[in-house]
Design a binder for this molecule. Sequence first.
Ligand code: BT5
Length: 327
Amino acid sequence: MRQKVLQLLKDKSPAHISGEEMARFLGVSRTSVWKNIQALQLDGYYIESSPRLGYRLTGVPDLLYPAEIIKGLQSRIIASAPELICYFRQVDSTNTALKNLADQGAPEGTIAIAEEQTGGRGRLGRSWSSPAGKGISLSILLRPSLAPGDTPLFTLMTAAAVTQGINNVAPGLSIGIKWPNDLLISRRKVCGILTEIKAEADLLHYLIIGIGINVNSKLEDFPPELKKIATSIYLENNKTEVSRQKLTCSILQKLDDFYRRYFLEGPGFILAEWKKYNITLGRKITINTFRDRITGTAVGLSPRGALILEEKDGTRREFHSGEVTLR
Ligand code: BT5
């Protein structure tokens, strides 16, 4: 009912609509309309009320409500219906929340999105800072029939899709992708991606792609240890805020496109998209893995998205995961 009341207000905006007219149209009492208006105001919608004219919508908050996300989206798989969007004002981690839903059988394309995470996760037990209303914390559930070894490709696919999604709403930003999961602007991290899977030896049950983006964060929104290594779209965009709703739509649209094209065109397409924003290949790097710390030149990507490193003596090695430092 709340969504229906909101829709009526939107349809009429910027004009007024009376409580009586809404009640009649929706087949409910005027008290019910009034209660829903109050609930919408609590959700942050700006609704004026005048005893003679009725109600008027004067502003929509830049919160990641499913109704606001879905209206700008024409996706076929990812978040393609309102019931596939799971919204949280606050959650420990959208990846963890979505994993619970996936284990209960949530369909492919389900997403979890939050205004704030209290326990946002990075790779290898690291944390991800996601203060309320400043960024986007988004996780996407996919169930492709592939082998677990293909997973790195999806991190690369996401990095390229998010880069293009950001470019759509804030053109002109020079975003580079550091293999495998960091989006950097001016060498500072603006977005991180955490891909987690549930799999058996040869069979992928599902994968969850978690995306954390610093959107409208000001310098004071970052904890002290991040102030020198993190940035936000706002800070890089002449201190101009961007709509988190529009950005979310733009990213979901790109991901949906890329995911479908992957099945039509194969991994080459993803690698080519990723390479457009690459700041890793051709560079001297050091890669830290569980076992080693190796320096060499990043010379290419394998068909499955692994990084190929050439050491001084010409030996080539492939890495499926690891922490890269650009030299
Ligand atoms: C990542 O890990 O970069 C993956 C981050 C994924 C976050 C998303 S948010 C939605 C979903 N739900 C989750 O719980 N997680 C995902 P990694 O490469 O390990 O980088 C982590 C490191 O980045 C930290 O150790 C910090 O140094 C730094 N960091 C933490 N928060 C940051 C932020 N907001 N901006 C930039 N850097 C940050």
